[in-house]
Design a binder for this molecule. Structure first.
Ligand SMILES: [Zn+2]
Length: 202
């Protein structure tokens, strides 16, 4: 079997911007930066049918639970209930190390409600703060008409988003268990393939 060089090559990928948006390629070459994709708004403007890539840090135990069953949404959070993803794992990789695992997923964004972080950040003297919007977002008011709530952060690599229906919106995912947690992989029964999902990391 001939390996795909663009996916499993032995050199770092320095194509910038990189057009390769397969999860396997991103996990191996771009997991720690945010080069594989522009902000949602920019990508969507160029290709309205584009899917998006999201990163989600979790414990290796929870990751295994997800692999065996399904992606369970959080009941609450800054953007209301749903499944949370970051646009880049760059700033959460420190946390990912302590969590032990992360998930990279290809996501159907659907209808997207976009906000800016400063609009919902109730800091003293913040002229952009909008209390109604803050409540609308945090209570999941966007669920009625939208599939996804996308938060534009002041530092664009910190953007995050919340999807309403992970079962329908997550097209596929790859789970990555950090090296120091490798020992747990067999303990959790992840070293055998199972039918419901395909784990690209082992
Ligand atoms: Zn690349």
């Amino acid at each position: 079997e001939r390996r795909q060089e663009d996916v499993w090559g032995d050199r770092p990928c320095d194509t910038d911007p990189c057009p390769n948006r397969t999860l396997e390629h991103i996990v191996i070459f771009h997991a720690r930066d945010y080069k594989p994709q522009p902000r949602w708004r920019e990508l969507n403007a160029v290709d309205p049918n584009a899917t998006y890539i999201g990163f989600h840090t979790t414990t290796s135990q929870a990751a295994v639970g997800i692999a065996h069953s399904e992606f369970r949404p959080s009941s609450s959070g800054m953007l209301g209930s749903g499944a949370y993803f970051a646009r880049s794992v760059e700033d959460t990789i420190g946390k990912a190390n302590s969590y032990g695992a992360w998930i990279i997923a290809e996501i159907r964004m659907g209808k997207v409600f976009e906000i800016n972080k400063k609009q919902i950040y109730p800091r003293f003297n913040n002229p952009h703060y909008n209390a109604n919007l803050h409540h609308f977002v945090q209570s999941g008011g966007w669920h009625k008409e939208y599939d996804t709530c996308y938060l534009n952060h002041e530092m664009d690599r910190k953007d995050e988003f919340c999807i309403k229906n992970p079962q329908e919106q997550i097209i596929k995912w790859v789970i990555v268990i950090e090296r120091q947690n490798d020992a747990k992989v067999s303990q959790y029964g992840l070293d055998t393939e199972f039918d419901s999902t395909k784990c690209g990391c082992i």
